[in-house]
Every structure is written in structure tokens, then in C-alpha cells.
Ligand binder design. Structure first.
Ligand code: UDP
Ligand code: MN
Length: 267
């Protein structure tokens, strides 16, 4: 089947350093494997090493260099006094992608396990409940409409109100209080799988996007190439999901990495 491509809509992710770039490469490959008909965009900063930027170009249609902080307008200048909002601010750059009419943002620690293009049937602002505080959404997956006006309002809001959790999730939850809820299968946070094991068992086959929240990202785990499984201290539920991430990484990303990058990982 020849699926018509939709050029004015894109998945968007962000990587500000080498580790998150490995995440972005794996996410991008998982999107390709899902046969998406949307374009793929990654926002990067100058800290991403150039061999990885070259590899990102082979997976993503658009690799967009953004500044962590630039000082073209007064909101940005004010943010210079709030360095703790730096990474948060970087995610907001996605609203500047006005060549697209609609986008789905995905954290680079997400893995698409089934085609998720029907997320684009939703409008700004659609997201999935956060399992830590279910009245909030998790900001790892959301549908938005690029707009310079929204971008500027978000910056002004960030400077004036800050973020109640110091990150993008607090800021976006305050800014979009009337968000619409998408099914949990579009942002299945990994720790939910053991906090509610029966539900995970019941619904895991319908999961579309897995999100590896928290400090222990899949790329920090050691992986045994021969057995095809992660090593060390992980729960059974987690290891199943982390193995899935590593399978995509080993098949699609690892062959393109240089030795220096591989030597820094625990493969
Ligand atoms: N991110 C990044 N560099 C960083 C931290 C975060 O590029 O140093 C981006 C990346 O896309 C990441 C997202 O911001 O997935 C949100 O951070 P993270 O996923 O670590 O937060 P969590 O989902 O664990 O709350
Ligand atoms: Mn994340």
C-alpha cells in the first residue's frame, strides 16, 4: 500500500546532548518502523557531536539547530536571569516550526511501538494523563500547533510565572489548563507497568508509545548483545520494555555509530 505523505505535519523531538541524541535516533527509527506518513523533525543544540548530527540527518527529514538561550527579544533576555529554565525553554522552540500546521511532540526517551498517526486527529492541546498527578498531563507526548504568537506568550508566561516544577511539564500544565485527554496507550510511562500490573497485562498489546521517564534512561543500562537482554537491577516489567528499546537501537542505530560513541556505552 502506498500511503500518501502529509508534508505539513510532523513529529518533533529534542536532543541537547549526545545521550539524548541516541534516544532521538532510536525514537526516529521506531517512527520509521511504524510506517508513519508524517515528517520527522529533531531540534538539536550545538552540544550534539557532529557525527551524531550526520546520523540524525539520515533518519529525520529536518534537523533544526536551536540555541539554548538566544537574546533576540526581551522575553529571551529576561530568561537569561533564569538559567534553571534553560532546557524547558529549549523544548518551547517547537512552537516556532511554523512551516507545519500541526505537530506531535515526543520526548526523545519515547519509543513508538505501533503506528500513532491518528494522534494528529487531535488538536492543540492534547496530551496524556501523568501517573504521578493524574489531573496533570505528562509533557512527553503532546499535540500542538506551531505559532510564533503562542511561542512568545509561552516565553512571557515562563518569565513572569516560572514553572511550578521547574521544568516544561509545570509550565505547560499552567499554560494549557483546558487540555484534552488522549488515551494512556499514547504515552505509557514505564513505571505504570508495575504500579498497576493487571492493567498492563490487560492492555499492553494496545500500547502505541512507551515513555521511559525518570533518571534511568534505557541507554544507561548495560545490554548483553548475545542474549538480547538488559543486565543489572531492573524489574521484569521494565526489562521487557527496555529490551524493546535496545532491539530498535541495536538493529537501526548501533550500525551507524562510530567506535568512540559505542565505547562510551555499556553494550
Ligand atoms: N532533554 C534534552 N537534554 C537534557 C534533558 C532533556 O534534550 O539534558 C529533552 C529530551 O527530549 C527529553 C526531554 O527533554 O526526552 C524531557 O526530559 P526527560 O525525558 O529527561 O524528562 P522525564 O520524561 O524523565 O521527566
Ligand atoms: Mn521523557
Amino acid at each position: 500500500m502506498n500511503v500518501a505523505r502529509v508534508h505539513d505535519q510532523s513529529y518533533v523531538t529534542l536532543a541537547t546532548n549526545e545521550n539524548y541524541a541516541l534516544g532521538a535516533l532510536t525514537l526516529g527509527s521506531s517512527l520509521r518502523n511504524s510506517n508513519t506518513n508524517r515528517s520527522l523533525t529533531v531540534l538539536i543544540t550545538s552540544q550534539v557531536p557532529s557525527p551524531l548530527v550526520d546520523q540524525l540527518r539520515t533518519v529525520f527529514d529536518l534537523v533544526e539547530l536551536v540555541d539554548v538561550l538566544d537574546s533576540n527579544d526581551s522575553a529571551n533576555l529576561a530568561l537569561l536571569k533564569r538559567p534553571e529554565l534553560g532546557v524547558t525553554f529549549t523544548k518551547l522552540h517547537c512552537w516556532r516550526l511554523v512551516q507545519f500546521s500541526k505537530c506531535v511532540f515526543l520526548d526523545s526517551d519515547c519509543l513508538v511501538v505501533k503506528n500513532s498517526d491518528d494522534l494528529f486527529d487531535n488538536d492543540e492541546f492534547t496530551a496524556v494523563t501523568d501517573i504521578g498527578w493524574p489531573d496533570c498531563f505528562n509533557s512527553g507526548v503532546f499535540v500542538f500547533r506551531p505559532s510564533l504568537q503562542t511561542y512568545s506568550s509561552l516565553l512571557t508566561y515562563a518569565v513572569q510565572q516560572g514553572s511550578f516544577d521547574g521544568g516544561d511539564q509545570g509550565l505547560l500544565n499552567s499554560f494549557f489548563p483546558n487540555w484534552k485527554r488522549a488515551s494512556f496507550v499514547y504515552n505509557m510511562t514505564t513505571n505504570a507497568s508495575y504500579s498497576y500490573a493487571p492493567a498492563y497485562k490487560q492492555f499492553k498489546d494496545s500500547v502505541r508509545i512507551v515513555h521511559f521517564i525518570g533518571a534511568q534512561k534505557p541507554w544507561y543500562h548495560s545490554y548483553n548483545l548475545d542474549s538480547g537482554s538488559v543486565m543489572g537491577n531492573v524489574t521484569v516489567h521494565e526489562s521487557e520494555l527496555i529490551n524493546q528499546w535496545w532491539k530498535v537501537f541495536v538493529d537501526n542505530v548501533l550500525p551507524g555509530l562510530n567506535e568512540e560513541t559505542v565505547s562510551r556505552m555499556s553494550v
